[in-house]
Design a protein around this ligand. Structure first.
Ligand code: BG6
Ligand code: MG
Length: 217
């Protein structure tokens, strides 16, 4: 095959999306307001800095530069306290079988994540050396929905954007894949991720036959 696969991390490979939500929500609560799970969809795939900007907008708050930085650090500290307890069991159901199939069939695959904690998390769940390339929040300057992260990943895998298959759980990430002219597969709800070429609730719903077909098409 001349095709390759790019995985988002949070909410696709591992269920860390829930930890991000808990940590951001605590930050908002400590600042005296709250936000909904629906609003949280807008934070998925978005960088740490842009997430805090959005949340402060919702709370109609402005922070000094120093306080902004301090809040980002506090959020990350809180988030990492959840991450510390992670192990292989946190790999989302059905993901391992897809990764095993790609490895067995020599299909190149990369990580394309906005997170600066990506390598740390992959290590915790024992997947760090499986990837042919890793592109994360420390490698990019433009956040999803900009296609930068996925274009760099495809380039590292030596595959063309139109031959790249992207798994994403966020609206911004699906848009980034579409902006890169890649094949986008949404993991989550159709009503949220309707812009994707295909949508599955989770990886247990993805048949290896489907992956095979996409790779040979
Ligand atoms: C994305 C998550 O993968 O990474 C966002 O969907 C998160 O929720 C972003 O804010 C940045 O992550 P980190 O780990 O660098 O704060
Ligand atoms: Mg995600």
């Amino acid at each position: 095959t001349n095709k390759g696969v790019i995985f988002d991390l949070d909410g696709v490979i591992v269920d860390t999306a829930k930890f991000h939500f808990l940590a951001w929500r605590k930050l908002a609560n400590d600042l005296g307001f709250d936000f909904t799970e629906e609003q949280n969809e807008q934070l998925k795939g978005v960088s740490r800095e842009d997430s805090l900007k959005k949340i402060l907008d919702w709370g109609e708050l402005e922070l000094s530069k120093t306080e902004f930085k301090r809040q980002m650090a506090l959020k990350n500290e809180n988030y990492l306290s959840y991450v510390a307890k992670m192990d292989e069991d946190e790999i989302l159901p059905g993901v391992q079988k897809v990764i095993d199939y790609l490895v067995e069939n020599n299909v190149p695959f990369a990580l394309g994540s906005a997170s600066k904690n990506a390598r740390n998390i992959l290590k915790k769940v024992n997947l760090l050396d499986k990837f042919d390339a890793i592109v994360d929040g420390t490698d990019v300057s433009k956040a999803k929905p900009d296609p930068e992260v996925f274009l760099i990943a495809a380039n590292k895998l030596n595959i063309k954007p139109e031959n790249s298959i992207v798994f994403e759980d966020s609206v911004a990430g699906v848009q980034a894949a579409n902006n890169a002219k890649m094949i986008s597969i949404g993991i989550g709800e159709q009503k949220t991720l309707g812009e994707a070429d295909y949508v599955f609730t989770d990886f247990t719903e993805i048949d290896i036959e489907f992956i095979k077909k996409l790779l040979t098409k």
